[in-house]
Design a protein around this ligand. Structure first.
Ligand code: DON
Length: 567
């Protein structure tokens, strides 16, 4: 209760002198600590932890648990993700808490007798759920790097769930379609999200989540085991058994997050630290930066047709590598990561780029390629503390609201991350269906991800903390924000707000944000042989830049309730 009041109080005084909250497109500045996340209450929770002496890891953990309450579309304890850490004095490490396939999973588990995916079962229903990793990841990061008491970090989330908070406009579409669903699989979801299990909360109405408060309280009191053993594990595995899912008590007991070295590269004077596989993001961003290092991009001008051409060609090549080589390293011991991120590889790729003409994306280059359907939902948070330690954390349920399944009595949404595996071994086509070996389903394997939490350092110290949701567009959004700052000298809010593009090798088409690129630029770009389509927006990046000892935070205006808060 004390925390909850404190949170509400700080929200109310957000315009007063001590709290700096972002408004508009000017970065919020602070000397003492900064939290940027997709929900204002979660950013407040993180900032309170910093204010009371917690470090960046503590604040990131508390923010992530708070988002599991206030941002149910992507914030989670039923999903997974990655955390990249860069200390003020140069220690860099990462935590991999990507979901795993259950023990009973098989390479063809989603296929019917005709060899096709049956009933969208990799994206929907109990088989789409991977063994969640978030609690294990936050717990491991805390064990290694946290300083505050664990219970203190989870308690604000318990309070937000128990006491409630104003339902948001962003949730309306989900609540309205949930109210129409009568399938018994979603009974507990309706109980958790609808008034009396039937009625849609309006924006601003206080929404309480008592079952979620119970699950979070068990995590608060028993840490990792409060989720992977005992009541929560029992409720989850019993639900799975009743509904034809695969996750058992054994799957949960076996789940462990892992600490991994980052992938590391350089771009001019900057060091880039990002997530290694099972994320594809770090490798792809480094490949593209290495390619682009060979051009004088600044002289081309931001988002000029020639700049967009070179960006596209770098994207095409990095995404081709991604599809061919990347998957869970624990199952692909020979993945050529060092080769893919080497300058020599980039030199070779760059030599195949024509200055004036688009290349072709050739799906015959190897036997098969799978590009699964992905939604635009996931969430990223960035934190820097007073000492200058930085955390970049991206986690997800995969689709917006994940599988939309809540196991009775638990109150939290389960992911549908199994859809990130290649479901049909050996089947490929240009429209996006396929199955390369590195990312086929296997028991205990992690599915390939695009999440790209990244920290750019200069002179051994964190300079930019960057990340975003957006499925495969994540990788290209992170790339463009880094270029916007390091090449085009934008401040962090300009870098986040600037319009961005996406190309992923196949399908061979570039997406522009519909408001973002001028028609005459598009004409010049298309004249080189590129094809364009529009999307409403790309990503919701939440970033921090550190300059001259001052922290600058920017929450993406593409995000509904995001907020950068410093003090
Ligand atoms: O891990 C991945 O790459 C995806 N499951 C992320 C999904 C996503 O970002 C959806 N939208 N933002």
């Amino acid at each position: 209760m004390r925390y909850y009041r404190a949170i509400l109080f700080t929200v109310l005084i957000a315009v007063s002198g001590t709290v700096q909250a972002q408004s508009g497109r000017i970065p919020v500045a602070s000397d003492s600590g900064m939290v940027v996340s997709s929900h204002y209450l979660a950013s407040e929770v993180g900032m309170e932890i910093l204010r009371s002496g917690g470090n960046a890891v503590d604040a990131a953990i508390a923010t992530a648990f708070a988002l599991a309450v206030t941002l149910p579309s992507a914030g989670n304890i039923g999903g997974g993700g990655f955390l990249v850490y860069h200390s003020a004095d140069g220690e860099v490490t990462t935590f991999n808490f990507r979901e795993k396939a259950p023990l009973a999973a098989t390479e063809t588990m989603f296929l019917g007798p005709d060899g096709e995916v049956q009933d969208n079962s990799n994206h929907e229903g109990p088989l789409s759920v991977g063994v969640p990793g978030t609690v294990a990841g936050l717990w491991l990061a805390h064990q290694r790097l946290g300083t505050a008491d664990w219970a203190t970090l989870v308690e604000p989330a318990v309070q937000l769930a128990a006491e409630g908070f104003p339902s948001t406009r962003a949730m309306q579409w989900f609540l309205e379609q949930l109210a129409q669903r009568s399938d018994p699989l979603y009974t507990a979801t309706r109980q958790a999200f609808l008034k009396g299990g039937t009625e849609v909360f309006k924006p601003g109405e206080i929404w309480k989540q008592p079952d979620l408060a119970g699950s979070l309280a068990r995590i608060r009191d028993h840490g990792h085991d409060g989720f992977y053993q005992g009541e929560t594990a029992r409720l989850l595995s019993e639900f799975m058994a009743r509904h034809g899912g695969l996750i058992t008590m054994e799957d949960l007991a076996l789940y462990e997050a892992e600490e991994l070295p980052p992938v590391r590269g350089s771009f001019g004077d900057y060091d880039i630290y990002s997530m290694s596989p099972p994320s594809s993001g770090g490798v792809a961003v480094l490949t593209m930066l290495n390619i682009l290092e060979g051009y004088d991009l600044a002289s081309l001008g931001h988002n000029s047709a020639q700049y967009l051409h070179l960006l596209t060609e770098a994207m095409r090549r990095a995404f081709s590598d991604r599809a061919e080589h990347l998957g869970d390293p624990n199952f692909n011991p020979d993945m050529p990561v060092e080769h893919l991120i080497s300058k020599a590889h980039a030199d070779r790729l760059r030599s195949t780029i024509h200055n004036e003409m688009a290349s072709e994306s050739d799906p015959e280059r190897f036997s098969s390629l799978y590009l699964p359907a992905e939604s635009e939902e996931t969430t990223h948070l960035s934190v820097v503390d007073a000492a200058g330690n930085a955390v970049s954390l991206t986690y997800t349920l995969e689709h917006s609201y994940g599988s939309q399944i809540v196991a009775d009595g638990t109150g939290f949404l389960l992911n549908n991350e199994m859809g990130d595996f290649n479901p049909v071994p050996g089947n490929t086509n240009v429209s996006g269906r396929i199955g390369t070996p590195p990312n086929l389903v296997a028991p205990q394997k992690r599915m390939l991800s695009s999440m790209t939490p990244t920290i750019v350092a200069k002179d051994g110290k964190p300079f930019i903390v960057v990340g975003t949701p957006g499925g495969r567009t994540i990788i290209n959004t992170v790339l463009q924000i880094i270029l916007n700052v390091t090449v085009f000298e934008m401040d962090i809010a300009q870098a986040v707000e600037a319009s961005r593009i996406h190309h992923q090798w196949l399908p061979d088409i570039t997406s522009f944000e519909s408001w973002g690129i001028s028609p005459d630029t598009q004409v010049l770009y298309e004249a080189k042989g590129h094809r364009v389509r529009y999307r409403t927006s790309q990503g919701r990046a939440h970033c921090i830049m550190i300059q001259g000892g001052t922290l600058y935070g920017a929450a993406d205006s593409r995000s509904y309730d995001g907020r950068a808060i410093g003090f």
